[in-house]
Every structure is written in C-alpha cells, then in structure tokens.
Ligand binder design. Sequence first.
Ligand code: CP
Length: 359
Amino acid sequence: MKHLIDPVDFSKEETDQVIELAQDIILNREKYWDRLAHRKLATLFYEPSTRTRLSFTSAMMELGGNVLGFSDAKNTSVSKGETVQDTVRVVGCFADVIAMRHHIEGAQLYASEVSKVPIINAGDGSHSHPTQTLTDLLTIKRELGHIDGITIGFCGDLRFGRTVHSLIKALSRYQDIKVVLIAPDELRLPDYIKNDVCDKMGINYKEVRTMEEVLPELDVLYMTRVQKERFLDEDEFDRVKDSFVLDARRMSLAKEKMAVLHPLPRVNEILTEVDDDPRAAYFRQVENGKFVRMALITKLIEWKDDPGHPMLKQEDSIEDDTIHCSNPKCICNNEKAPNRFRRSDDGSLRCWYCDTKVK
Ligand code: CP
C-alpha cells in the first residue's frame, strides 16, 4: 500500500504514471466513468479549501465512486478531543482512500502510521501539498510539452508557500531544471529546501529581488499569495503583503510561451487584466487538478494490494525524548506524536514530521 504524504513518496516512474493516466483520462473521459464504482473516498478537511476538496469530490464522482467526509472538523468528534490517528482508524472502516487537509504540520504522516487505507496529504500547514504538485507538473507538461529543461521562477511567499516547497522537491527529479526565487527577505525559501533539495539534488537556483530582472528568461512563472493565516506577527504580514504584483506591463517583458501558474486563491498578486493573456494558465491548472486527482485515486486503489508498489524506504528515524521540535504547529506539539527526528545532509537534526531544524 502507498500513501502520498510527501511529493517524493512516489518514485519518479510512479509520478510519471499518474501524470500519463491523467492525460489519458483527459482524452478518453467516458472510458473512466465507472472505473471506481462502489468505491469510496473520504475527504477530511480540518482547514478551509475550495479547489482541493471540490476537485477530489468531483474526481471521485466522475470515476463513478462515492464521497463522504467533512469540511469543518468542529462538527465532528474532533471537537470532543478525538485524535487524528483515531479518526483515520475510524474512517478507514468506511472508505477505501482518505484525502486529508490539516493545519497541523505532519498530521497526515502521523495518521498514515496507523491507517489501513491510503492517506493522501491534501495540504499540511505550510509544509507540503503533493496533490497540488501533481497538478502543477501536469499543467507544465500540457502548457509547454515538457518538464525537463525548464527555468521556473517562484514569486511571493516562498517561506509559507507549501505548494512551492513541494514543487521544488518534485522538480529535483527532472533534468536540467533552473529555479529563480523571487521574494522579500521575510518570505525567503526555508533553508531545509535549499540544503536538502536544491543543493543535494544539484538544482541550479538563484535568489533575486525583482520580477523584472528575470522575467525574460522564465518558461514558467509560479505566483503565490502571501499567506496571512500563517503569520504569527500581523505587522510583519503588513510589511510584505504587497511585495509582488503581476500586471500587463510586467507580462510584456516575458517570453511569448511563458506559462503563468498560481495554486490559487489569489488576493492581489495577479491583476485581473492578466487573466485574458493566453499565457495565464491558472484556471486551466485548476481543471488539471481534477484530472490528476482522478488518476491519483485510481492508482492508489490499484496499488493498494500490489507488492510491486511498497512505500519507499524512508531514512532511518532517531527517537530522543530529550530533544523537542520547536514548531508550535507540528503534530508532535499538538498530539502525542513521538519525538522523532532524521539526520539531514547538512548534519543537522530535523523533525521527522515537519522538517523543522532542532539541532
Ligand atoms: N490550491 C489550493 O490548495 O486551493 P484550496 O485551498 O482552495 O484547496
């Protein structure tokens, strides 16, 4: 059985299989209408969502399956103190696969340790969002025809933007990727992505302060929203909230074939005047999200009992009760997850669940 918790939980070949299946679904919709008849998907959303939850629902319906779940944990036994592990143990009795979004980082990884059905991470705090990554990879493939060899600029909130962290991780397995990081100092990419992903995997990256200086070289511009809900300090949010805005003037500096992606929702970082530009791919990206989730659910159910698709071996974990993760939003500080760590390539110790550096 496989879960999808981290964007590189699937091998590169398995990721490509999901993307290829999504492309076949797009071309042959009717062929898949009954593919998952009588199967059930549970959507457990502890945090708000429009696209992810509804695209999972629409995906399962289009495959002929059924959907159960909640979009507000306050109306469930979570409000009585039921843990995330107990919740998935219970829901695993009712559903074949579970898609979960949680504001607590590492919640899905912790849940997967006891789940008897595949768990899909539909976003955990500012940590990871692997199904958005599959959506982004499919979108890049459809917009440009290839993923290898692209130069991609990530712009805006690279600190809290879980979609950015996940996509960079996934791109590290493609050939000749160049990454440009466009962010104010307060919103720079976390060091663990730079060290453990970019440096380790040989991703060529640079950090710049303005969009204008790099727009002409980009094949993809990945815009992000500054995520107010992740800031602990409102003054800090006010200082950076209007850092980067994409408008028609800036688009005139870009390549004729550049694709503009955004995981959405947007606030003010892409003006609506850009929406009619053929390079604005963000609403096509939303639709790709449904197709790729159809492919993902199909594959996870197909692989569930297939020994040819085991979970990839994770690095060895280290348990040490004398060390504590400092991230207040980590599962180990919210439920009784063990004090578990992994040794990073730079020699530091990082939380097993949320990747925060502890030593
Ligand atoms: N892209 C994305 O995750 O959107 P939602 O928060 O609406 O699900």
